[in-house]
Design a protein around this ligand. Structure first.
Ligand SMILES: O=C(O)COP(=O)(O)O
Ligand SMILES: [Mg+2]
Length: 234
């Protein structure tokens, strides 16, 4: 039986402009009300996630920075398995490379990040991957559709989901995960049920057990109604 829902944020409970889907918020509140644990799992920073958890109404259990950080409840210990220094070193090399080509990389919320690096999508992710490979740097390039991230290999939302499940006293098989992007692939695979919303790219849809008919937040609501037994919503 499913006891927890782990959901991505941008592109899953928002639209493509990052506006939150209010039906998705109501759905999350209904799950919390019946005792289902809801974990928000994102590439976003801890402070962003904390504000979101407060306003949506969860207990503050989060995966942030693409698995680079995670925490059980607002008052739990923040775990930081990611490697910010490796990501920042790789970012400097990318920055030099793209500056030479006349393109400035724009960092996102660097001062609030513990474990990864995020920047604007004004370059081709594959070109960044080639630079990283040519320099033999120990980071992965992730395109979330909202930002490009650098992350230490072996750290992702799936590894954080497993570790968090342990802290929550649950098995990953008791969790459903839902997401929209390549940074969600490992968590869809780690969870008992992995769902991709219809707007997800092919690789993410392929990693999922189920792809919703609807896109974005409407797909999220569709998946919750389908998988959480007897769940009718508000
Ligand atoms: O931070 C991003 O780039 C996207 O965030 P997400 O993981 O919630 O989609
Ligand atoms: Mg997303």
């Amino acid at each position: 039986m499913l006891k927890a829902l782990v959901t991505d944020v941008d592109g899953t409970i928002t639209d493509r402009r990052r506006r939150i889907n209010t039906a998705a918020v109501e759905t999350i509140r209904s799950l919390v009300d019946v005792g289902i644990e809801v974990v928000l799992a994102s590439g976003n920073t801890v402070c962003f996630m904390d504000g979101l958890c407060k306003m949506v109404g969860t207990d503050g259990t989060i995966i942030g920075e693409n698995g680079g950080v995670y925490r059980r409840t607002f008052s739990g210990t923040l775990r930081i398995p990611g490697d910010k220094n490796a990501c920042l070193a790789a970012f400097e090399i990318l920055k030099d490379y793209f500056t030479e080509k006349g393109v400035e990389l724009e960092l996102y919320s660097a001062q609030y990040r513990f474990a990864d690096v995020a920047f604007a999508r004004n370059i081709a992710p594959d070109e960044a991957r080639t630079v990283i490979r040519d320099h033999d740097l120990p980071v992965r390039v992730l395109d979330t559709g909202f930002a490009i991230h650098l992350q230490a290999p072996g750290i992702n939302k799936g590894t954080a989901l497993r570790d968090l499940a342990g802290e929550m006293g649950l098995s990953p098989s008791e969790m459903m995960a839902i997401g929209d992007s390549e940074n969600d692939i490992e968590m869809l695979e780690a969870a008992g049920i992995g769902v991709a919303v219809a707007n997800a790219p092919a690789a993410t849809r392929a990693a999922a057990d189920r792809v919703t008919k609807e896109s974005y937040g409407d797909g999220f609501v569709e998946a919750v109604k389908e998988y959480f037994d007897g769940f009718e919503g508000r």
